[in-house]
Design a protein around this ligand. Structure first.
Ligand SMILES: O=C(O)CCC(=O)C(=O)O
Ligand SMILES: [Fe+2]
Length: 212
């Protein structure tokens, strides 16, 4: 039997308290560590993030690419770093929750899936050998309830997470044993009915932003 590797997020029990919120742990896998979290964002915060992204995607089309690729058919945009009070609140909470400084955070990414759209199985880290400042952990926050489909699915673990407004799935892939990292392969299942909005936070091993 091998010894369990050290995780980034050392969360026992059934909740994580951040400065401004009490987040519930409602499911977990140990290795690789995957947590299902409830109450990460309030309903109002979810709605404000969707409004913000919708407005931005329509108004300027900046950073909005309807990706013509097989891997991801949804539309997405990156939120500029700390660009308003809401984003700053979310960034601070998420960084505390993920146990990684905000300076290591990529800009928050907001994705919109319409019926039929999906994100095929992938890992979030870069697989090339000489990547310097790789991603180490992910938080996918669900901004709305999806009528049907749109689950986050981990095919190697046969593990499914249903999107639920304000909830999130957390996973990390900072293991010495590459097999644990590979097990974080995941997909956004096709949305069968309704639409799906998520906000994703990817964390880097080292500093990524130079303003803080
Ligand atoms: O939409 C999902 O459920 C997954 C999103 C995802 O894999 C990502 O943003 O990296
Ligand atoms: Fe992903």
């Amino acid at each position: 039997m091998s010894i369990k590797e050290q995780a980034i997020l050392r969360a026992g029990g059934n909740r994580i308290r951040t400065a401004d919120r009490e987040i519930s742990i409602i499911g977990r896998i140990e290795e690789p560590l995957i947590l299902i979290l409830a109450n990460v964002l309030s309903g109002t915060e979810c709605e404000a993030l969707i409004d913000f992204a919708q407005d931005r995607m329509q108004r300027a089309k900046i950073g909005n690419s309807h990706v013509v690729s097989d891997i991801r058919t949804s539309s997405g945009m990156f939120v500029e770093e700390s660009e308003n009070a809401l984003i700053q609140t979310v960034e601070a909470r998420v960084s505390e929750l993920m146990h990684i400084p905000v300076s290591h955070a990529e800009p928050l990414q907001i994705l919109h899936y319409q019926a039929g759209e999906q994100y095929r199985p992938h890992v979030d880290y870069f697989s090339s050998e000489n990547v310097v400042n790789n991603r180490i952990s992910t938080l996918v926050m669900y901004l709305n309830d999806v009528e049907e489909g749109g689950e986050t699915y981990f095919p190697s673990l046969q593990f499914t997470v249903m999107p639920r407004k304000g909830s999130a799935v957390y996973f990390e892939y900072f293991y010495n044993d590459p097999r644990f990292n590979e097990l974080t392969l995941h997909a956004g299942n096709p949305v069968a009915a309704g639409e799906k909005w998520v906000a994703t936070q990817w964390m880097r091993r080292q500093r990524y932003r130079d303003d803080r």
